[in-house]
Structure formats: C-alpha cells, structure tokens
Write a protein that binds this ligand. Structure first.
Ligand code: FAD
Length: 274
C-alpha cells in the first residue's frame, strides 16, 4: 500500500493525554510515514503543540510533524518555534495560514501560507520537508477555483515539498484538482486528507465551517440508520474505505488520516483496505 500518515490535535488534559497515548500506540502499528500535530491559530495551542511533539518523541519514539499557522503570529514567534522543533529532531512541518478565532483582531506579520513557506526556507534552507494544504472543493474564502489554484501554486513555488488536501467525500473533486494542478505545472505529491466518520453531527458542523461538502445521498443514508450506531459505523467505514481504494487505484500517492485522536474509526477503514 502507499504511505499513510496520521494527524492528531494536541491533548490538553490528563484524560485527553491518556487517550492520545492509546491512539498513537494503536496507529503506530500501521507504520505511518509521519504523525502530525495541529496548531491553533492565534496562539491557543502555542505551548500544547510543541509539548505534544515532545511527547511523541520521548514516549512513543516518533519524530512528529508539527503544524505551524502564521496568521496572528509574529515573525519572531515563528522563528522561535522553528528552532524549537529543529532541536526536537523534527524535519517535517505542515505550514498553514490558519484561521483566527472569531473576535480576535491580531493579524500577524505573515498574511498567507506562502509567506510562511518562504520564511521557513529563508531561515532553515532545505532542512524541513514542508507540507502545505490543498482544497479540491476550493477554499471557502477563495474568489473562484482558478484563483485558489494559482495561490496553491504560489505556495509550491515558495518551496513546499508536498501537499495534504482538506477532507472530501467526492473522489472526483480530488482527481480534477490534481489534473488542474498538473496542467499548471505543479508536480509535487498531493495526498488526499481522509476524515473517517465517527460522529456524524459533529462532522456536519466541521464541514459547514471548512467548506467540505457532504453529498446528499450520504446524509440521507445516515439519517436512515436512526439510532443504529453499529449500522452507522459500518456504513461509514465501508464508504470511506471504498473512496480510499478508488483514490489509490486512481494514483493518489498516499493517504493522510484526520484521526481526531480516535483509533477505532481509522482502524475500521484500514482493516477494510488491507
Ligand atoms: P493559504 O494557502 O494562505 O490560503 C488561504 C486563502 O487565501 C485561500 O482562499 C487562498 O486562495 C487565499 N490566498 C492565498 N494567497 C493569496 C494572495 N497572495 N492574495 C489573495 N488571496 C490569497 N488550521 C489551523 O488553525 N491549525 C492547523 O493545524 C490546521 N491544519 C490543517 C491541515 C490541513 C491538511 C488542512 C487542509 C487545513 C488545516 N488547517 C489548520 C486549516 C487552514 O488553516 C485553513 O483552511 C485556512 O483557512 C487556510 O490555510 P492555508 O494554509 O490553506 O492558507
């Protein structure tokens, strides 16, 4: 199978840390290429992300790939973080603009992910493998798909090595995006981001916020299960595994799983794929 990777959010309480550790242990068994740790724009996980990267290293023997967002942060804060991650043995960074929490006015020194990629290259040369975000269903703030794609290309030209997409449930959107990017001369690997389904109402909320489309037929099938949680879980895992199979058969260079720090929904998909 192609390489897989897993994304976690930084746990903040003892209970969350215990769950994080259990999930990392279970998913490490699948031999992921890397495990990444998200970062709250505006500094809400300023210390939790580095702590979690440190935890991955000291407790689990994994060199984590931290996410860094630039919106709301100063150049100096970002420089300090990069040095800290390098000292922790990290050689992969997921570089993002981020979204400021509503009501937060701080705009920061760097406006777009492209500027962050350029800063990382300026300060650290080729040390870090830089991942950037891609949006097969178009970033929600973009004027149109073509403009968004040109902005994506600018991040790649600034020095990104590969991209991870926002999650989607429509494989054709991914294939079209990759084809359009190739036509523009973008050659880096574009890895689909996969969101296994564990809690459908939470997924609906997430999707509305980040612009991911949940096809109507999936909504309708989910509704049909009523309170049959086992039925929902099995249907969701079959659906996501079938999409992953189609993506891999169609040339996707790997799969990046948004775990939400839960092992079971990811395992259910991976079992069906193996
Ligand atoms: P950009 O690439 O900077 O693009 C943002 C918007 O600006 C797009 O609409 C783009 O078209 C537009 N744009 C870009 N350049 C220009 C320009 N020069 N002029 C005008 N418009 C421009 N968020 C977090 O807060 N923490 C995380 O850890 C995190 N991890 C993520 C991981 C992945 C794999 C993905 C896909 C998303 C993640 N996000 C995270 C969400 C991300 O921060 C948001 O989607 C954010 O709105 C955009 O970030 P970006 O890096 O894609 O931004």
């Amino acid at each position: 199978m192609q390489p897989i990777s897993f994304e976690f959010y930084p746990p903040k309480t003892d209970e969350q840390r215990a769950q994080f550790d259990r999930t990392v242990r279970k998913l490490k068994a699948y031999g992921p290429e890397f495990m990444s740790v998200t970062f709250g724009a505006g500094g809400s996980t300023l210390s939790h992300t580095p702590e979690t990267v440190q935890r991955l290293r000291s407790l689990h023997g994994v060199a984590g790939a931290p996410h860094i967002t630039c919106v709301g942060g100063s150049r100096e804060e970002i420089r300090t973080l990069l040095k800290r991650y390098r000292a922790l043995g990290c050689d992969r960074i997921v570089a993002l603009r981020g979204d400021l929490p509503s009501g937060m006015a701080r705009s920061g020194d760097l406006r777009y992910a492209r500027d962050l990629v350029a800063l990382i290259r300026e300060e650290h040369g080729e040390h870090f493998h830089i991942e950037v975000a891609a949006y097969p269903e178009v970033h929600p703030q973009a004027d149109d798909a073509q403009t968004d794609l040109r902005h994506f290309k600018a991040k790649v030209e600034a020095g990104a090595n590969s991209a991870i997409t926002q999650y989607f449930y429509n494989a054709d959107a991914y294939f079209q995006f990759v084809e359009d990017a190739r036509r523009l001369g973008v050659t880096i690997p574009i890895v689909p981001g996969i969101m296994p389904i564990s809690n459908f109402s939470q997924l609906r909320r997430f999707s509305a916020a980040c612009g991911a489309d949940i096809p109507r037929w999936i909504e309708r099938r989910m509704a049909g299960f009523g309170t049959d949680d086992d039925g929902i879980r099995a249907f969701a895992a079959d659906l996501v595994a079938a999409m992953c199979r189609r993506l891999l058969d169609g040339g996707a260079p790997g799969l990046h799983f948004y775990t939400l720090n839960l092992a079971r929904p990811v395992q259910a998909v991976l079992q069906r794929l193996s």
